[in-house]
Design a binder for this molecule. Structure first.
Ligand SMILES: *Cc1c(COP(=O)(O)O)cnc(C)c1O
Length: 398
């Protein structure tokens, strides 16, 4: 089917939430390269929104997926033991602060689980603490509760009144505002260590440390949403390590399955001990296929020190971006291979994405006219060089 036929079916039958998409349909991928229906090659610096950390057709992903599929067992339900689920839970606990893990199918669902855990933690103590304080310009997902936690009218306005009560947002990186918002009813503070969708804005180190101290002081739990920042992307397995701040609950998704949908809630034993049989559950969450793929991909990334690779390549990319020396670039922000290029208002990030696409480079945007670069962690220096060269030329042309 050619692109115009696909576009016609999409515009006639698909719910109109994505509108006019980038005019391409990728049909094949290898390494860091995607191919469209005409065989045109594109270098990918977006990875399907920071998901495809191992690029395309990586043996650690494709091999595990095919091998598991060939056993015939994709899913058995959580009524039975699931070997890759148990192993993946152990692997995540061995490599993080967490003692226990629960698997979901997406980031939003992981955040739902995290907020339920926080409320149950206090409920189990006979406390009525229920409020969740998050931040402006945050993004926590599209379910009703995660939309309530997402600090953006754009996401909330069509769905008022917000279903669960007790959500509020404060300016990011503003300790006084957070201090004023946290009270004796606050169950948790929920933050992204780097706001991804919101514009690739990292938390200040002192801020996140002070947030941890504030939580300790007030008894609120700290939930870190590492759905976008996790799994080696920012230069450590999870981003919190680089801040020296340990959460009570953390969520993961995007890069966790390297293209296969899976999410996770991770928690300390202190928090997890409040959970009783039947408090939470999922039909598909933690299914055999998702866990087999994730186990293989995450083991590979840990075994080959992808955190160091993300640090090194991220520094290389950042340095090259700054070396463009363009007056159209206001700032380059982020950590590791989660980078945002803040453009001046005269240059539209959306338009730039389309021009780069036509030149064979896939990149994304974030809120606030930011070009978002989240390439597969396997990207090569030569691919970075070619992209930066093209970006420099495009910025000169506007
Ligand atoms: C993408 C994202 C989510 C939502 O994940 P879904 O898998 O789309 O539900 C939540 N939090 C953050 C920080 C994200 O980047």
């Amino acid at each position: 089917m050619n692109l115009s036929e696909i576009k016609r079916l999409d515009s006639e039958h698909f719910l109109g939430v994505f509108g006019e998409r980038c005019p391409v349909c990728f049909t094949r991928g290898e390494g860091c390269t995607l191919y469209d229906q005409d065989g045109k090659a594109y270098t990918d610096l977006f990875a399907g929104i920071a998901v495809n950390a191992l690029g395309y057709n990586h043996p650690a992903v494709t091999g595990a997926l095919v091998a598991q599929a060939q056993t015939g067992v994709l899913h058995t339900s959580n009524l039975y033991y699931v070997e890759p689920q148990a192993k993946l839970a152990a692997l995540l606990c061995e490599n993080t602060f967490a003692d226990r893990v629960f698997f979901s199918n997406s980031g939003a669902e992981a955040n739902e689980g995290a907020m339920k855990l926080a409320r149950k933690f206090f409920c189990a103590q006979g406390s009525g603490r229920y409020k969740i304080v998050s931040s402006d310009h945050s993004f926590h997902g599209r379910t009703l509760a995660t939309v309530a936690a997402t600090g953006h009218d754009y996401y909330q306005a069509p769905y008022l009144p917000m279903l669960p009560r007790g959500f509020s947002q404060v300016p990011y990186n503003d300790l006084d505002a957070l201090r004023a918002a946290v009270d004796e009813d606050t169950a948790a503070v929920m933050l992204e260590p780097i706001q991804g969708e919101g514009g690739v804005t990292p938390a200040d180190k002192e801020y996140l440390r002070a947030v941890r101290a504030l939580c300790d002081e007030t008894g609120a739990l700290l939930i870190l949403d590492e759905v976008q920042t996790g799994v080696c992307r920012t230069g450590s397995f999870y981003c919190y390590e680089q801040y020296g701040v340990t959460p009570d609950i953390m969520t993961s998704a995007k890069g966790l399955g390297c293209g296969f949908p899976i999410g996770a809630v991770l928690a300390t034993e202190k928090v997890a001990s409040a959970i009783a049989i039947g408090d939470h559950g999922s039909t598909f969450g933690g299914n055999t296929l998702a866990c087999a793929v994730s186990l293989s991909a995450v083991s590979y990334m840990l075994g080959h020190d992808f955190s160091a690779a993300a640090r090194e390549k991220g520094e290389y990319l950042r340095t090259a971006l700054c070396a463009i020396g363009s007056d159209k670039i206001a700032e380059v922000r982020g950590m590791g291979l989660l980078l945002g290029v803040q453009l001046v208002p005269e240059v539209s990030a959306g338009a730039l994405v389309r021009r780069l696409l036509s030149r064979g480079f896939v990149v994304g945007t974030a809120a606030g006219n930011v070009l978002r670069l989240t390439p597969p962690l396997i990207i090569e220096h030569a691919q970075i060089d070619a992209f930066v060269q093209a970006l420099g030329e495009e910025l000169q042309n506007v």
